[in-house]
Design a protein around this ligand. Structure first.
Ligand code: URP
Ligand code: ZN
Ligand code: ZN
Length: 461
């Protein structure tokens, strides 16, 4: 199978170049100003990109597909989430393997890869670490060998059994450093949160109370504490879903002092603010950390534009609308919203003012950085000969407005209702096969593969 993309604008983080690109099998095999039709492989499909941008397939570096138990389960599993992602120009996601009680990390990982057997795009995994025990060093060796090179810790969610007590952080960070594993953290200080929460009786804190119960200072405090552990143990630290201006301040200071801090944010903190939590659909906007103030949104947007944000991912965790509305207390409403399908259009709307500047920044935050930071590069995140032919054709002039008719998740609602976007992914190619074209999904269930991560580029920063 071969494909020639003619007359595209190939996007790299530091340049945009007009060229033709040839795909043979699953790989990019040629890039040239003009590739003559005469020497093409027999049966080669020719696609006229007509000046559209061609990105290395986007990567959503933070998804939770198919999580939860019983009735409290996300609507999008690997198939549904991947379908939405593919329609949004994403060809790889990085999801999570929980550390299962009584199971080794490898057993936990295998369970997760089995759950992903209907994936339609490729995926890598972060490994949650919720229990510290004596076999962990050996288990981490096996894990790295098997292709998981990023760990995820939570400084909160004690009630869910995900909290890793900070007394273990130094030991874990040291083990990670010795193996060059990247520690990532959901940072909110459990003590601050539980101290506030116990003042509100069960059933008395509606959605509008969520930012009060989980304030920005809890996020900033946890980032500060984890950043200090990273400093002591000479390892980089990746902070997921940064939601607030105080946290940006802490990251800035630690970076200035030489700590390798990597910052991820997600579109909901760049577009939505806490006013949504008093509106009619308040329950649908419940995610953790909570939506913040308009000032926080403005600071985060500035940080994207100045290059302080390394990665924009989605935290796609698509609990269905009809489930979310059944609960009243913000501590009980299933937490998380969809986003993979909208990610690229939302990012394009925030980055630099000029078209090519926006494309380069989008490439940096959605393709190149996540691939490099998490050790997927240059197989993913790059338009190079030999890289996987994961390609996203993006028309920067095909704008629109998000509405109910554009819902891609099966969660049944659109968090970005009424928000305008300026460009649209038109064609998604996954390892040489077209999986989405003009809003129509053409992927194949089960064709997504687990991609082994290699040494995280975060160690080279
Ligand atoms: O509310 C959220 N974000 N749900 C997903 C889990 C997490 O904390 O990332
Ligand atoms: Zn989180
Ligand atoms: Zn998450």
């Amino acid at each position: 199978m071969s494909l020639l993309l003619k007359s595209g604008r190939l996007v790299y983080p530091d340049e945009v170049k007009s060229a033709d690109l040839l795909v043979e099998g699953e790989k990019i095999t040629r890039i040239a100003g003009e590739i003559e039709r005469s020497g093409l492989p027999r049966g080669c499909e020719i696609i006229d990109a007509d000046g559209a941008f061609i990105f290395p397939g986007f990567i959503d570096a933070h998804t939770h597909y198919g999580v939860g138990e019983g009735e409290v389960r996300t609507a999008d599993g690997f198939f549904e989430g991947g379908r939405a992602a593919a329609l949004g120009g994403i060809t790889t996601v990085i999801d999570f393997a929980d550390q299962l009680p009584g199971k080794s990390l490898i057993e936990s990982m295998r369970k997760r890869t089995a759950e992903a057997d209907d994936a339609v795009i490729d995926y890598a995994l972060h490994q949650g670490i919720y229990y510290f025990h004596d076999d962990l060093p050996m288990e981490l060796d096996e894990l790295a060998e098997s292709g998981i090179r990023a760990l995820k810790i939570f400084s909160t969610y004690k009630h869910l059994g995900l909290y890793l007590d900070p007394v273990y952080w130094d030991r874990l960070f040291r083990l990670a450093g010795e193996r060059e594993l990247l520690v990532t953290i959901h940072a909110e200080d459990e003590e601050i949160i539980s101290g506030i929460s116990e003042k509100y009786e069960e059933g008395t804190a509606g959605p509008e109370m969520h930012p009060v119960l989980r304030p920005a200072r809890a996020e900033a405090a946890a980032v500060e504490r984890a950043g200090e552990a990273a400093r002591r143990n000479h390892v980089p630290l990746y902070v997921v879903h940064v939601s607030s201006s105080p946290t940006l301040g802490v990251i800035r200071r630690l970076r200035n002092e030489g700590v390798k801090m990597i910052a991820e944010t997600v579109p909901h903190y760049l577009y939505l603010s806490e006013e949504k939590l008093s509106g009619p659909d308040a329950k649908l906007f419940m995610m953790t950390p909570p939506l913040r103030t308009k000032e926080d949104v403005a600071s985060l947007r500035k940080a994207v534009q100045s290059g302080e944000i390394d990665v924009i991912a989605t935290d796609h965790c698509a609990f269905p609308a009809d489930l979310k509305v059944r609960f009243d207390d913000c501590r009980e409403i299933p937490s998380g919203i969809p986003g993979s399908g909208e990610l690229s259009r939302l990012v394009d709307g925030i980055a630099a003012a000029d078209e090519e500047g926006r494309a380069k920044e989008t490439c940096r935050m959605l393709s190149c950085n996540p691939a490099q930071i998490f050790g997927l590069y240059p197989q993913k995140g790059s338009l190079e000969i030999g890289s996987d032919a994961d390609l996203t054709l993006f028309d920067p002039e095909a704008g629109g407005v998000f509405g109910s008719s554009s819902i891609l998740s099966t969660a049944g609602y659109m968090p970005y209702q009424g928000i305008e976007y300026t460009g649209t992914p038109k064609l998604t190619i996954h390892r040489g096969r077209v999986i989405a074209r003009d809003g129509r999904f053409a992927g194949v269930k089960g064709s997504g593969r687990f991609i082994k991560s290699t040494r995280p580029g975060a160690y080279e920063l």
